[in-house]
Design a protein around this ligand. Structure first.
Ligand code: NDP
Length: 249
C-alpha cells in the first residue's frame, strides 16, 4: 500500500459510513470521507493517528458532476484512488399506494443511481491505479417484500444488479466489485426504536437468530476486510451481514 493511496467512502460522516472509515483507518489506510456536510466521521474516541488518516471531502452523491469533481480534487492533491465504498443512502417509509414520484426518485437517486454514477466516476482513477476495489452497501431488504419499503427494496435490489454487472465487465481491468448487505443495524437513524427497550428491539431479538441487531462496527469490519488479502478473490457477490435474519424461517 503506497503512502499516497486512499479509499473513498461516501456517507462517512456518521452511522455505518463512519464505522467503515474508522475500520479502514485502523488498518492504516487513508480514507476520503465524503458527505453533503463534509464532516469528518462522528467516531467518538478515535485515536489521533486514526483521525489523521481521514481526508474531509464534500459532495452530494446525487450530483454526478460534483462527485466527479471531488474525485478529481483528490487526484490533483496527489492522492491515488484505490477504492470506493458507496455507502450513502436514505430510507423513506411510505405506503406503496400513496408514495409520491418525488419520494421514489429521492430514494432511487441516492441509493441506486448514485452508485452507478459514482462507479463510473471512479473507473478512470482505478484503471490509472492498475485496478482496485468497489464496495456497494446494499441491504438484506434486497430480496424481501417489505411493507412501506417499495422504493428502498427496489433500490437495494438494483445495488446487487449493478455490482454483478460491473464485476463482470470491469474484471479485466483488475477492478473487483462487491455488495455488502447489512441487516438491522443500530445507527442514529433508528437508535430510538432499536436500542434496549425500544419498540423494535424485542421483536428483533426474537427474529434475528443472532439475538441482537448489528452494530455499525460489525459492518465496518467486514467492509474493511474487502481491502485486505481476504477480499482478493471476491467479486460480484452479495454478502449478508445480518446475524442470520435473511435465511431464518
Ligand atoms: P445514516 O442516515 O446514519 O447516514 C447516512 C450517511 O449518508 C450520512 O453520512 C449522510 O451525511 C450521508 N448522505 C446521505 N445522503 C447523501 C447524499 N445525497 N450525498 C452524500 N452523502 C449523503 O445511515 P446509515 O449509516 O444507517 O446507513 C448507511 C447505508 O447503510 C445506507 O446505504 C443504508 O441504506 C444502508 N443500510 C442501513 C441499515 C441500517 O439498519 N441502518 C440496514 C441496511 C442497509 P450528510 O447528511 O452529511 O450528507
Amino acid at each position: 500500500m503506497s503512502e499516497r493511496e486512499c479509499i473513498v467512502v461516501t456517507g462517512a460522516s456518521r452511522g455505518i459510513g463512519a464505522a467503515i472509515a474508522l475500520a479502514l483507518a485502523q488498518q492504516g489506510r487513508h480514507v476520503a470521507c465524503i458527505s453533503r456536510s463534509g464532516a469528518l466521521p462522528a467516531s467518538a474516541g478515535a485515536a489521533a493517528d486514526v483521525i489523521e488518516h481521514w481526508i474531509p471531502a464534500k459532495a452530494d452523491v446525487t450530483d454526478p458532476a460534483a462527485f466527479a469533481a471531488a474525485l478529481r480534487k483528490l487526484a490533483d492533491d496527489g492522492w491515488i484512488i484505490k477504492g470506493l465504498v458507496n455507502n450513502a443512502g436514505v430510507h423513506i417509509d411510505a405506503s406503496s399506494a400513496e408514495m409520491s414520484l418525488e419520494q421514489w426518485h429521492q430514494v432511487m437517486d441516492t441509493n441506486a443511481t448514485s452508485v452507478m454514477t459514482a462507479c463510473q466516476a471512479v473507473y478512470p482513477h482505478l484503471v490509472a491505479a492498475s485496478g482496485g476495489m468497489i464496495v456497494n452497501i446494499g441491504s438484506f431488504f434486497d430480496k424481501l417484500g417489505v411493507k412501506r419499503n417499495l422504493a428502498y427494496c427496489a433500490s437495494k435490489a438494483a445495488v446487487g444488479a449493478i455490482t454483478r454487472c460491473l464485476a463482470v465487465e470491469w474484471a479485466a481491468k483488475g477492478i473487483r466489485v462487491m455488495d455488502i448487505a447489512p441487516g438491522y443495524i443500530v445507527t442514529d437513524l433508528n437508535a430510538d426504536s432499536m436500542t434496549e427497550g425500544g419498540p423494535l428491539r424485542a421483536y428483533l431479538d426474537k427474529r434475528i437468530p443472532g439475538r441482537r441487531p448489528g452494530s455499525a462496527a460489525d459492518v465496518g469490519a467486514l467492509v474493511a476486510s474487502m481491502f485486505t488479502p481476504a477480499g482478493s478473490f471476491l467479486t460480484g457477490e452479495t454478502i449478508y451481514v445480518d446475524g442470520g435474519q435473511a435465511v431464518a424461517h
